[in-house]
Design a protein around this ligand. Structure first.
Ligand SMILES: CC(=O)SCCNC(=O)CCNC(=O)[C@H](O)C(C)(C)COP(=O)(O)OP(=O)(O)OC[C@H]1O[C@@H](n2cnc3c(N)ncnc32)[C@H](O)[C@@H]1OP(=O)(O)O
Ligand SMILES: CC(C)C(=O)C(=O)O
Length: 513
């Protein structure tokens, strides 16, 4: 099988994503994980761009042993010298020099003629080659460049000593067919093409980065440049996990070997997400939270009978634990029964059907059915429990003024059916309400977390309050929504207390599960 080198640029092009700024320690941690993942080359940064980038590239070059470490440089001596200072500690020093070749970049950005660009590229590669055994040269905006010009300049940089030629689709404009054809054309027409590696570097502006990278590989590229989770400038780069897994899963049509240790993918993806702060979209291929989550009844039924009915990738392939079937409003009896059995419940068909009917009602109201919800539903069917009396909010009133101490007066119906009223002050309106409710429910309540968010948009959006509290030695989360955030907060508080009452009753009746 033909070897395809994975050139990871998470730490360079990935860090060029708006809002990402990694420090040296974070970059080293990611680089070590990329090494475990088995990438061929790690582009650790752009050493001449800042002392921080220099330091990170230098430390990574001295740390990573099983992947080649490279740094980006413009075609200027100062950048190349700085990159050498950063990279020379590496076992196989590698540099990535680039210069734009498209008419628009040459005329407006570089303000140079095509002849001057050829000269600058050749000089830079010759200079770099005196220092580095491995020199990659990139024709920035290569896809939008004139093909004859590409043939000429690439031929000349190969003669000058380049060992890899990268032809990026810098602005994500190519289609898979066009990008593939470009590689075929260059392989067939560039002088010295057989002496170098060709590399693909795709951006995802039109959502085609992965497809374009694979088209390049099919047409002669030996290396693909990509990032973890597809992060990168603008819409991002081709995503490493998509390329690696696609080539593996479809090796029937892609007979290529990447050398990646696919089991490290999930861990790498989560590390990058955590350190960059870039949340992975739930439906992101391969690494999204929902990538292996079957929610609908017909799919779940099929997967239970044979996972391959709906699963082309096993979660274990990328190092992900078994993903339990998601129980939601589209789930069917088969998935519900499967979960009940896995949780240790042994219900008759009749009881299971009753629990399932309750589950469907709840799923219509709630986005996510938690394990705790299921315990409640299933235990209610397993044993008969008496109705649990709960607290109910009757009224809440707050006196607030910038010159006054906020005071809340709250009335509730207690589990014994009485109406109880109390009042208390607090540093703010919410604290005054919580202090009053604490008096009403009795005992000590510790608020562990409290958040208010708006549900929907606009002035009339509902406020949703979520509160996590500890009461009677147990922790529960309550939530509620109301037009007013103070009312929502009071209801969420009582909801959390009520859930404890329900849980206490269930615990008293629950079999060992
Ligand atoms: C497609 C890509 O992803 S390319 C990589 C993009 N990454 C980055 O730019 C991140 C790091 N960049 C930086 O920190 C800064 O831009 C620096 C340090 C590199 C340069 O900063 P400055 O000297 O202030 O220049 P500035 O960024 O304003 O402009 C870039 C200059 O480099 C020139 N240039 C651009 N690409 C190249 C190149 N490949 N080779 C040589 N010169 C280049 C531009 O023409 C411009 O020159 P000018 O000032 O004579 O017009
Ligand atoms: C420097 C080059 C390879 C680049 O990042 C691009 O063209 O997108």
């Amino acid at each position: 099988m033909r070897k395809i080198d994975i050139f990871d640029t998470t730490l360079r092009d990935g860090e060029q994503s708006a809002g990402i700024n990694l420090n040296t320690a974070e970059k080293i941690e990611i680089a070590k994980q990329l090494e475990r993942l088995g990438v061929t080359i790690i582009e650790a940064g752009f050493p001449a761009s800042s002392p921080g980038d220099f330091d990170a590239v230098n430390r990574i070059a001295g740390t990573v042993k099983n992947s080649i470490v490279t740094g980006l440089a413009r075609c200027v001596q100062k950048d190349i010298d700085t990159t050498w200072e950063a990279i020379k500690v590496a076992e196989q020093p590698h540099i990535h020099v680039f210069l734009a070749t498209s008419p628009i970049h040459m005329e407006y950005k570089l303000k140079k003629s095509p002849e001057q660009v050829v000269e600058q590229a050749v000089e830079a590669v010759k200079y770099a080659k005196k220092l580095f055994p491995l020199v990659q040269w990139s024709a920035e905006d290569g896809f939008r460049s004139d093909r004859d010009f590409l043939v000429k300049i690439i031929g000349e940089v190969i003669a000058a000593g380049a060992t890899t030629i990268n032809v990026p689709d810098t602005v994500g404009y190519a289609s898979p067919q066009e990008y593939g054809e470009l590689f075929k054309f260059l392989r067939e027409n560039v002088r010295g093409a057989d002496q170098v590696k060709f590399s693909a570097h795709c951006h995802d502006d039109l959502g085609m980065a992965t497809a374009n990278s694979i088209a390049a590989v099919e047409n002669g590229a030996d290396q693909v440049e990509c990032t973890i989770n597809g992060i990168g400038e603008r819409a991002g780069n081709a995503s490493l996990e998509e390329i690696g897994v696609a080539l593996h899963i479809r090796k029937d049509i892609y007979p290529f070997e990447t050398g990646l240790n696919l089991k490290e993918i999930k861990r790498t993806s989560q590390l990058v997400s955590r350190l960059t702060g870039v949340v992975i979209q739930p439906n992101k291929a391969i690494v999204g939270r929902n990538a292996f989550a079957h929610e609908s009844g017909i799919h779940q039924d099929g997967v239970l009978k044979n996972p391959e009915t709906y699963e082309i990738i096993s979660p274990a392939l990328i190092g992900e634990d078994d993903v339990p079937l998601v129980l939601g409003k589209h789930s069917g009896r088969a998935a519900f029964r499967d979960r009940a059995v896995k949780m240790g419940y042994d219900l008759s068909d009749d009881k299971l059907n009753k629990a399932f009917a309750e589950f469907k009602k709840l799923a219509d109201r709630k986005k996510e059915i938690t394990e705790e919800d299921l315990v409640t539903l299933l235990t209610e069917q397993q044993v008969l429990i008496e109705d649990v009396a709960l607290y109910e909010l009757k009224s809440v009133q707050v006196q607030y003024g910038t010159e006054n101490i906020p005071t809340a007066t709250v009335a509730v119906t207690t589990p014994t059916g009485e109406i109880a009223t109390s009042a208390a002050t607090g540093a703010g309106s919410v604290e005054a309400i919580f202090n009053t409710l604490e008096q009403l429910v009795g005992g000590t309540v510790n608020i562990l977390d409290y958040r208010v968010t708006s549900v929907g948009k606009g002035r009339d959006a509902l406020g949703e309050a979520v509160i996590n509290l500890r009461y009677n030695g147990y922790t529960t989360t309550g939530r509620d929504a109301a037009q007013d955030v103070l009312e929502a907060s009071a209801k969420a508080y009582l909801n959390a207390i009520n859930r404890q009452l329900i849980q206490a009753s269930i615990r008293a009746h629950q079999p060992t599960v």
